[in-house]
Design a protein around this ligand. Structure first.
Ligand SMILES: Cc1cc2nc3c(=O)[nH]c(=O)nc-3n(C[C@H](O)[C@H](O)[C@H](O)COP(=O)(O)OP(=O)(O)OC[C@H]3O[C@@H](n4cnc5c(N)ncnc54)[C@H](O)[C@@H]3O)c2cc1C
Length: 391
């Protein structure tokens, strides 16, 4: 008989895990929203999936997306000085999670994965052990449900380092070559301009990461789509004149009334296993490794951790039972990469070190160096190496 795996959460992590495990296990996803509720709900992220995450989606036969607007480059501007457009090694893509999550969930159901619509409470979590050989907590930033202990060495902050302000817009002329544009305004924050695919066609995501309390942190109290749009136009005009010059006045609007978001995240890393009533419980994705979105690594790291976990479970599928030692193996496998990604991301929220600024400036003179910087985002180990280099 196949072992029963209960996955709580149907986001990037839970869905990829289900695809990877469905042949070898009896998989159930428990999630508090139906695909239809996700599809018609609020945007959740900006979700640029870089080459390695896209390779995994292919490996696990997840549905692909047809688009002519693949992300090929990263454009870097500091202040009002455009430095360069570095080329990614492989194409990246951002698909609105409302569309991707609901599509994957419907597809998984057809492939035999069971779904339960339910919000698991702290009281209910204990009983899950009776139904499943393993429970994996993939509850994302609203989790975790289980008491995974915080890893203090990898959790330096007690409060958010940025306010995240996101809107999916029509009416912004794209940059060429197609890519993500990053504008850094020292001490105030950043703007990420991201081409994305949605149910409403192609959009440009304008994503401000504002230093809390600074002049870019100007969206406080804004709740309606109309007020959000007006404020975004004001912020772009004031701080990002180059983007402002590409706005087509009569077309500039949110793609739909749910396509804006404000959130602030305190990055937090937890040891991703606990024992509950002598049974192993694992965590995967944001529930145990929560990153500031500034480097766009959350989905990519979640996808990496989900792949490591699914490979491990398949290797150990014939064990009589899964105990704490499997949790230790899992944590040992993912920890080095988790450390690199989170340390780099945390460093990005602080003033950039001098040698990193020099690297950015040299990218303006040398295309190879520009490409190297762009590839930090698809290979965060190289970014970690660059940031932590002793100079
Ligand atoms: C503003 C912003 C921009 C971002 N941009 C990027 C980017 O460009 N690139 C990138 O890689 N990452 C980005 N991220 C991070 C990325 O969105 C997350 O890392 C990723 O979505 C995590 O996936 P997950 O499956 O772990 O969690 P989620 O996607 O949050 O999914 C959690 C799931 O758990 C369910 N759930 C929660 N609690 C319960 C419960 N009690 N019972 C049942 N179900 C429950 C939820 O309904 C949901 O289905 C961004 C994040 C933010 C906030």
């Amino acid at each position: 008989m196949k072992k029963r795996v209960g996955i709580i959460g149907s986001g990037t992590t839970g869905l990829q895990l289900a695809y990877a495990l469905l042949e070898d296990f009896d998989v159930t996803i428990i999630s508090h929203r139906t695909p239809e509720q996700v599809r018609s709900g609020r945007v959740m992220s900006t979700q640029v999936h870089f080459g390695p995450a896209r390779e995994r989606e292919k490996r696990f036969h997840m549905p692909d997306w047809k688009t002519e607007r693949m992300i090929e480059s990263i454009h870097i501007t500091v202040g009002d000085q455009k430095l360069f457009a570095g080329r990614l090694e492989r194409q990246a893509l951002s698909v609105d999670q409302r569309l991707s999550y609901s599509t994957y969930a419907e597809d998984l159901e057809k492939k035999g994965v069971a779904f339960q619509q339910k919000k698991i409470t702290d009281q209910e979590r204990e009983a899950l052990g009776e139904e499943y050989d393993l429970v994996v907590d993939c509850t994302g930033k609203n989790g975790p449900l289980f008491p995974f202990p915080i890893e203090n060495d990898l959790t330096p902050f007690r409060e958010p380092q940025r306010k995240c302000i996101v809107g999916y817009f029509k009416g912004v002329k794209p940059v060429t070559p197609c890519g993500v544009s990053v504008t850094v305004i020292p001490e105030l924050g950043e703007m990420f301009e991201i081409p994305a695919e949605t149910e409403y066609g192609p959009v440009t995501i304008l994503f401000i990461t504002a230093v809390p309390g600074g002049p870019l942190d100007m969206f406080k109290g804004i709740k309606s789509p109309e007020a959000f749009t007006i404020k975004m136009r004001e912020a772009v005009e004031m701080f990002f004149p180059e983007i402002h010059s590409r706005i087509v006045d009569e077309q500039f609007a949110l793609s739909d009334e749910n396509s804006f978001l404000q959130v602030a995240i305190t990055p937090e890393v937890r040891r991703p296993y606990v024992m509950q009533n002598h049974q192993l419980v694992l965590g995967c994705g944001d529930s145990v490794v929560l990153n500031d979105p500034i480097t766009g690594q959350g989905c990519n790291l979640s996808s990496y951790c989900a792949e490591q976990l699914s490979d491990l479970l398949i290797e150990h599928k014939h064990n009589d039972r899964w105990g704490e030692e499997l949790g230790v193996l899992y944590w040992n496998r993912i920890q080095p990469f988790v450390k690199e990604v989170t340390e780099w991301t945390n460093a990005m929220t602080q003033p950039l070190p001098g040698h990193v600024i020099q690297m950015l400036l040299s990218g303006a003179q040398d295309q190879e160096k520009a490409d190297h910087v762009a590839r930090w985002f698809e290979n965060p180990s190289s970014a970690h190496q660059a940031f932590m280099a002793k100079v």
